[in-house]
Design a protein around this ligand. Structure first.
Ligand code: HSE
Length: 436
């Protein structure tokens, strides 16, 4: 069988990893794919850097258009990232009948519907294992491995940068800004870390997993996103004293009236396996009816872990290319006519538990007032902790863990609690997920 010919758009970290792993493991990969997978063309603005990687073994150009319009290319691998140029080239590749492999979660989360529709009309494959959790084959697991299951919820640590920062804050007791700077020095955080620390990168990934799990369109505009920038290391410490760890979670959950889709810091019980995922590692916990809980763990970024996902997609395409498009694995797991427009619930209707930290005067009746306001909003208390006043202060910190309630209830209760004369400043509120 003839080799399947691949054109790479971008040969930075992941592109170089793809080149090296494909060359190193070519005979095993060929044994699995049934034919050779050959990168025959690379486009990168840094042509000298690209030439240094491929060492004269394939054509190097600076203009990606030359790859996506080349009749001798079967698969285009998009590793440019971002929205505009990548979208343009991906749509051109599709229009030219090429299958596309992409690691670009931002592009698919925001423009996925346009891209998947164009690909369907043209009968080509869009594969994106590398877009979610790098080397962990979570797309394969959700789309194929768990295909017998009704998925109930997914909770993932799907951003290594923020997990690294949270692990460091917990272990060293440092604040967010200091830890971010250290992470940047060590190369764990980008010079511009906005997408990671504000939760946007995790939100792109959660959006894609939600679509696959529940057969809904990708809807990045509906996800609720909070990053870790406002987290106080004090809360990480108090959470630990109560038996919890704080993680940035991407969560999507099937509810009776819609689907929850959210990214935010959350307390999780320290005894859960996922709570012990530390440093830059990723993990995705899936709750489905037949399997129960299943956990997927590994490296969510980096040259070779991400290359592993890119090449897995190349192998899939090499195997499935000849299959009638109607009989291939659907892009988002469900056949187009089985997709549903189930609403994404607004954050006010999300149901979860809460960690509250309040600074209060240490005098009779304070707790009674607070617990009455919680009870007025049908919020039940699960645990309570009162700390000694901090040095030089007369006010005390109290921490309350609640049972599950809707977000609008806790917000209404907090608004009233903050008006009490015995409560100083605003109440810190962090969501708590038992992940049972
Ligand atoms: N920046 C991401 C992370 C990896 O920190 O996990 C690419 O999505």
């Amino acid at each position: 069988m003839e080799a399947i010919r691949v054109g790479l758009l971008g040969i930075g970290t992941v592109g170089s990893g793809t080149w090296h792993v494909l060359n190193r493991n070519q005979s095993e990969i060929m044994g699995r794919a049934g034919r050779e997978i050959k990168i025959t063309m690379v486009a990168d603005h840094h042509t000298e850097r690209a030439k240094a990687v491929v060492g004269g073994q394939c054509e190097v150009v600076s203009d990606g258009n030359l790859v996506v319009t080349n009749p001798d290319i079967d698969i285009v691998v998009e590793l440019i990232g971002g929205y505009d140029a990548a979208k343009d080239l991906v749509l051109k590749a599709i229009a030219n009948g090429k299958h596309v492999v992409t690691a670009n979660k931002a592009l698919l989360a925001v423009h996925g519907d346009t891209i998947f529709r164009a690909a369907k009309d043209k009968g080509v494959i869009i594969a994106f294992e590398a877009a979610v959790a790098g080397g962990i084959p979570i797309i394969k697991a959700l789309r194929e491995g768990l295909t017998a299951n009704r998925i109930e919820w997914i909770a993932g640590i799907i951003n290594g940068t923020t997990n690294f920062i949270l692990s460091e804050m917990r272990e060293k007791g440092l604040d967010f800004d200091t830890t971010l700077k250290a992470a940047q020095t060590l190369g764990y955080a980008e010079a511009d870390p906005t997408f990671d620390i504000e939760g946007i990168d995790a939100a792109h990934k959660a959006t894609l997993m939600s679509a696959i799990a529940f057969g809904i369109p990708v809807q990045f505009d509906k996800i609720h996103v909070e990053g870790i920038t406002r987290l106080d290391s004090l809360d990480i410490r108090y959470a630990e004293q109560l038996g919890y760890r704080i993680k940035l979670l991407g969560i999507t959950r099937r509810m009776e009236n819609g689907i929850e889709l959210r990214v935010h810091p959350a307390l999780i019980p320290a005894e859960r396996l996922i709570a012990n995922v530390e440093g830059a590692m990723n993990a995705v916990l899936v709750k489905s009816d037949a399997v129960g809980a299943s956990l997927y763990y590994g490296k969510g970024a980096g040259a070779e872990p991400t290359a592993s996902a890119v090449i897995a997609d190349l192998v899939d395409i090499a195997r499935l290319e000849a299959v009638d498009p109607e009989h291939r694995v659907p892009y988002l797991a469900f056949q187009p006519d089985a997709m549903r427009d189930t609403p994404i619930l607004p954050i006010s209707e999300v149901t979860t538990s809460y960690y509250l930290r309040l600074k209060v005067k240490d005098q009779p009746g304070v707790l009674a007032d607070i617990t009455r306001l919680l009870a007025d909003h049908s919020i039940s208390i699960d645990a309570f902790l009162q700390k000694e006043p901090r040095e030089g202060e007369t006010l005390v910190d109290i921490i309350i863990l609640t049972h599950q309630t809707q977000e609008k209830n806790i917000n209404a209760a907090i608004a009233q609690i903050e008006k009490l004369r015995t409560v100083a400043g605003s109440v810190t509120r962090i969501r708590l997920e038992e992940l049972e």
